[in-house]
Write a protein that binds this ligand. Sequence first.
Ligand SMILES: Cc1ncc(COP(=O)(O)O)c(C=O)c1O
Length: 500
Amino acid sequence: MAFPLITRQLALSLQKNVWLGASGCRYVSKTATKTQVEFDYNGPSMKTSVPGPRSQELTKQLGDIQNVGAVNFFCNYEESRGNYLVDVDGNRMLDLYTQISSIPIGYNHPALLKLMTNPNNLSTFVNRPALGILPPENFPDKLTESLLSVAPSGMTRVQTMACGSCSNENAFKSMFIWYKNKERGHSTPSDEDLRTSVINQAPGCPDLSILSFMGSFHGRTMGCLATTHSKAIHKLDVPTFDWPIAPFPRLQYPLEEFSRENAQEESRCLEEVEDLIVKWRQKGKPVAGIVVEPIQAEGGDNHASPDFFRSLRNICRKHGCAFHVDEVQTGGGTTGKFWAHEHWGVDDPADIVSFSKKLLTGGYFQKDELQPDKAYRIFNTWMGDPAKNLFLAEVLNVIRRENLLEEVTRSGKALLNGLYELQAQYSGILSRARGQGTFCAIDICDDETRNRILLKTRDKGVILGGCGDRSIRFRPALIFKEYHAHIFLNIFNDVLAQLK
Ligand SMILES: Cc1ncc(COP(=O)(O)O)c(C=O)c1O
């Protein structure tokens, strides 16, 4: 089934497309250099409003099987290419949301399709192993070639997992195990530890905690959910842990213009972090680790300064807690550096860095001392997927070969400058434009208008995502160029003009 698509896509990738620009667009900023993404389309093309009739029919059909409340529309992934997602009604949309920020180099990238045609890779796609017990011969080499080649500073160990939530879930467990070993002075549990652990009692199941921040999102599984504080709907009716929640800085943008006010806000939050660590120790629930996103994403694209994160790191050292940086959404190049924490300019950024999304496989890097020394303490059936490591190695080749991080910095500037201009023009609707690389966002005057803008923009051929109470977030693929930013800005301008 996959082969006709591969052949067709490879043929398409060899065609030289000429970029024509989205017809009928008004430019709000000067045209960017038109370097072409070879396998991309030349602009959005809309046949129906979205969801169109075929999408509606399929939603009804799926509704008889599952809850479809979150389904936007149905996709034609065979026809989707580069920065463009095609739906089942033949609408072709510029995708600035990319499957919740998880498509690194666009749809049907020829380099990835080519991997599928290599007979040497077939057994990796066909035989998914239980990696923890029966890894394939090439597994250490493939890890070295893919994940270890982008390991954060000071980390030489990586554990793969299936998704973002299970990466964080297991990273939390590693922090607890590390903390208890540190407390015991060795890694051998007592008989009482072993006996009580099976019946959910202390000391085997100790009352330890993880400190997280208001507005954060670390996943929806039980442990992660205890550290997720972005929306009630994620948490409602689910029992949770009594773990401390610190305020995350609420900064004013542009950051450069409010450095004094923002520094004050950050020290307020840092003081609160230290207070909570002391309080929870006194309560008998010591903080084993702090988890934080370099930019709070689902919670509304909330930024903090490198100073804030450096101070958090030092607070962890001072109080003997592990520092876990959740790069599930920020990792993979979208901020203009491979890891968002690289913007902090430190050699020892964290004890654990978790990832997923643009890295295609989930997992986490960790310091040597965080790795449990006994088998099965961190374990599940698949523990990742070697096929995803193959794709990731190729994604990294493309990123390097095509200097995509520089591209992200360039197109991110065009995007953010365009947002600043539109914000000045439509000051009653837009505010707080912000971003790093293409990881940008803007606030809309209210939730209802935000949702209306998202739908109208989609009907004009651009897919965007919401986050927080009333923000729009931009999460294009790394092959998003300046001219794509201009296509978007023109369409956004038209939508805003009609709202005014
Ligand atoms: C920062 C962060 N952590 C964790 C997760 C959870 O990842 P997943 O949805 O793959 O479980 C997400 C998902 O959006 C995320 O943005």
